[in-house]
Design a protein. Structure first.
Ligand code: C2O
Length: 556
């Protein structure tokens, strides 16, 4: 196993997108940030220097951080932020994970522009459980605003209204050909000099490692005329299956094989919104990149290349396609799935967006001008501490930072996805954690609600990969739905998409001590309080107890 050293300098950088130059926060001046490439079993040492004017932390999304909870990264959860001028070195090892993960800022909305791929190849001496690809290509889907994302956040948080929708999606940092400046001379050519191009030769097998790094939007992804074979998701392999359309929630990754088996030419790969909520404004634009066969002939009598074919993306509200796609994920037989029938912690968490009543004013500009948005789990809208991180407070026994009374079940039983009166549900605000014993077998049913509007939510758990043993629409039925759980070959992921107006059930064994955040990976919802955290208590042995914090851990 190797140790990889990296330096990340978080800094303000001028970039030009959508015809205007704008200052954004980047790592090492790159957008997207640097790609990290490792093998399973390798270690990473990443020195992060904050040369920007905002506080920052970096999270290694999907890395389990077994034995290294201080390196996880969410601000005020496992560390205080790195202040301007400060540094912090993250040290961790990849243990039994293969596939595609990513890293991103976990501080305010900085991850809009501060993110990059983390590619994990099989252990030295082992290989993929599929044909070795000729090309390995990370595809990072992002979301772009023509203003500072921190200001977008401020507007969403402090006015109580929804965030401004983005101005573009991006593929590897570029919006692509369908966005053009009106003044651009070559507009009729339908191309943009900055559009990302991927070159292939006929017959090549290409491994696309697709990451949804968008801030607030679930996304469809397709490549025109090419069938994709899904081989992995998050950091685990899947039983291969073919599809034309992918859907990724923010936080999720999907590995696919593409065979360059079409007529040599130019084909768009494209990403567009899957917007499950009713009447919520969203960015309805399409990002593109070009898949180009090197042998593509120039059309006779034409001095320029032909217009690439655009895939026919599903409608923004095509939940049927999403459901059919997600239902196909299975762990491969070789992954040795062990989902025990017994459960020590049987948890049921309602999730949802709500409207809190407020007195009309500048901070109360949600619907009807007497509400503002809040989001909650089991009626608790999560509040981050500021005086110490949760992990520090737990490890050092600092009182008054959190309480451990997060409810195991919702405080009120009601028809979750039916007609819910708003008066019924005003969340309480608090920093409530849920404590589980080392080694406990945990099941969580995540139930969407219609408190404000039903919506599909990508829920991410830090520190673990879990099995998705079931999902469905409507209210979870403990008897009937439990009987249909897949305990044989459920997919193994770190982010689960809860179906719109439905539920998803996950299982994991709490074998990684620490404080671990669980939250909606739509940042608007996280900001409104759609989060909670688990304390996983110490066990008795190596990797079973929390090590002391590293000496350079930032202080609040
Ligand atoms: Cu990728 Cu807590 O996040």
């Amino acid at each position: 196993a190797e140790i990889h050293f990296h330096e990340f300098v978080v800094q303000a950088t001028q970039v030009k997108r959508l015809c205007r130059t704008q200052e954004i926060i980047t790592v090492n001046g790159q957008y997207p940030g640097p790609t990290l490439e490792v093998r399973d079993g390798d270690s990473l040492v990443i020195k992060v220097t904050n040369s920007a004017r905002y506080n920052v932390t970096i999270h290694w999304h999907g890395v389990r951080q077994r034995g290294t909870p201080w390196a996880d990264g969410p601000e005020y959860v496992t560390q205080c932020p790195i202040q301007p001028g400060g540094t912090y070195t993250y040290r961790f090892t990849i243990q039994n994970q293969d596939g595609t993960l990513w890293w991103h800022a976990h501080s305010k909305w900085l991850r809009a522009t501060v993110f990059g791929a983390l590619i994990i190849y099989p252990k030295l001496g082992t290989s993929y459980p599929f044909q070795t690809p000729k090309l390995e290509i990370p595809i990072l889907l992002g979301e772009w605003w023509n203003k500072d994302p921190i200001d977008v956040l401020r507007q969403a948080t402090f006015t109580g209204a929804g965030p401004a929708v983005s101005d573009a999606y991006t593929i590897n940092g570029q919006p692509g050909d369908l966005y053009r400046c009106s003044s651009q001379a070559d507009m009729y050519l339908h191309r943009n000099a900055d559009t990302v191009k991927i070159f292939v030769e006929s017959g090549d097998i290409v491994h696309l490692r697709i990451i949804n790094a968008a801030l607030n939007q679930q996304l469809f992804f397709m490549v025109a005329d090419h069938i994709l074979t899904v081989v992995g998701a998050d950091a685990a392999y899947t039983k291969p299956f073919t599809t034309r359309t992918l859907m990724l929630g923010p936080g999720q990754t999907t590995n696919v094989l593409l065979t360059a088996d079409q007529t040599p030419g130019r084909y768009y790969m494209a990403a567009r919104a899957y917007a499950s909520a009713q009447n919520v404004p969203f960015d309805n634009t399409t990002a593109t990149a070009v898949l180009e066969y090197i042998s593509t002939p120039c059309k006779p009598n034409q001095g320029f290349p032909s217009i690439p074919t655009l895939p026919l993306l599903p409608a923004y509200n095509d939940t049927a396609t999403v459901t059919a796609f997600l239902a196909q994920f299975r762990s491969p037989a070789t992954s040795n799935v062990k989902v025990s029938a017994g459960i020590d912690e049987n948890l049921f968490f309602t999730v949802g967006l709500g409207l809190v009543n407020c007195n009309p004013g500048p901070q109360c500009q949600g619907p009807n001008n007497n509400t503002r948005f809040a989001a909650s789990m089991n009626n608790v809208s999560f509040v981050l501490p500021t005086q110490a991180s949760l992990l520090q407070a737990y490890y050092q026994g600092i009182p008054g930072v959190f309480t451990t009374d997060f409810p195991a079940v919702p405080p009120i039983v009601f028809d979750y996805t039916g007609n819910v009166s708003r008066a019924l549900w005003q969340p309480m605000f608090g920093t409530k954690l849920y404590k589980v014993k080392y080694g406990a077998k945990v099941q969580i049913v995540l139930q969407d609600t219609a408190i404000s509007t039903t919506e599909s939510h990508p829920v991410h758990l830090h520190g673990y990969q879990f099995y998705i043993v079931g999902q469905g629409f409507g209210n979870f039925d403990p008897t009937q739905d439990t009987a249909n759980f897949n305990l044989i070959d459920p997919p193994n992921r770190n982010t689960v998409v809860i179906p719109v107006g439905g539920w998803a059930a996950i299982r994991f064994v709490a074998d990684n001590p620490g404080v671990w955040l669980m939250h909606c990976h739509i940042d608007a919802h996280l900001t409104w309080g759609f989060a909670m955290a688990f304390i996983v208590e110490n066990g008795a042995g190596e990797l079973q107890s929390i090590e002391p914090p590293p000496p350079d851990l930032p202080q609040c």
